[in-house]
Design a protein around this ligand. Structure first.
Ligand SMILES: CC(C)(COP(=O)(O)OP(=O)(O)OC[C@H]1O[C@@H](n2cnc3c(N)ncnc32)[C@H](O)[C@@H]1OP(=O)(O)O)[C@@H](O)C(=O)NCCC(=O)NCCS
Length: 244
């Protein structure tokens, strides 16, 4: 590996398999990674101080991690955004700019926590939420579940945990697809247990696979990919940052 002192120590990324990294935004904030002008401008547009700091810390961790996988420096990582599926403007799903466009990633922040999913071969989407952050999620059940799921999709349905779990599966799926929440999450189901730890989706996102991530409470997270199931490994980004 070339000498890039700002990068993290990461295992090789297999062709078939998703790596998901869990970071704390406090730890990520202290890294000295330089950001691009567009990122600084976007941060300045965020009025809330906490949101601004979270965004900047998240981008630093993202650059460090992708640079490590790409065996380059964090400042050599550049992003482009896909056209928005609604208006066509360039504010859709972020992806790596050439010459690194062969690697896929997606990120999700919640409070002081960050997940980054990376794949060498397929689109990926990830979502992270915190149980207990919002009161009484049961009332959101009809806005999350498909008609079939509302008729009895998940164990304990609907309680706070099952509603949040279904939400993270669905947000991960729409992020993998690149539509984001412009796609109605009630238009597909994500609760068919395939028996191997994966859930298949049907309806408008037919053919996606969703995996519930083993995260410490109160974190609830899911990752999604199109097509066949792939092994998912979760890594401790806090430890990796501390070891730099
Ligand atoms: C993408 C979206 C689901 C993120 O939801 P969220 O809960 O606010 O945020 P998360 O922390 O989970 O994810 C944020 C990350 O998702 C990624 N992201 C952004 N747009 C995305 C998209 N269309 N698809 C997949 N991932 C996307 C980015 O990496 C972003 O990180 P960043 O803030 O550092 O750039 C939501 O913002 C959305 O649906 N946006 C689309 C809205 C839209 O385009 N409307 C039409 C306007 S014309």
């Amino acid at each position: 590996m070339a000498d890039h002192p700002t990068t993290l120590d990461v295992p090789p990324l297999p062709l078939r398999g998703i790596h998901v990294w869990q970071f704390g935004l406090y730890e990520a904030a202290v890294s000295s990674v330089r950001l691009e002008r567009e990122e600084m401008e976007r941060a300045l547009r965020l009025r809330n101080e906490f949101d601004r700091r979270s965004f900047l810390a998240g981008r630093r961790a993202l650059r460090l991690l992708l640079a490590a996988y790409l065996d380059t420096s964090a400042s050599a990582v550049h992003f482009v955004r896909r056209p928005c599926p609604v208006c066509g403007l360039a504010h859709g799903k972020p992806e790596l700019a050439p010459p690194h466009e062969g690697m896929f990633f997606n990120a999700s922040r919640c409070q002081r926590h960050l997940l980054i999913a990376v794949s060498a071969s397929s689109e990926v989407g990830v979502d992270l939420e915190l149980l207990g952050r919002l009161p009484d999620l049961r009332q959101l059940a009809p806005l999350v579940a498909s008609r079939r799921e509302n008729a009895g999709g998940l164990p304990g349905w609907p309680n706070d945990r099952s509603v949040l779990r279904l939400w993270t599966r669905k947000e991960a799926a729409v992020k993998a697809a690149g539509s984001g929440l412009t796609l109605e999450v009630t238009s597909f189901s994500a609760s068919d247990d395939s028996g191997d730890g994966w859930y298949s989706t049907d309806g408008t996102l037919c053919g996606y696979r969703v995996y519930d991530l083993p995260l410490p409470q109160p974190l609830v997270g899911s990752v999604a990919v199109p097509g066949v199931a792939q092994p998912v490994t979760v890594f401790d980004g806090r430890r990796a940052l501390a070891a730099r």
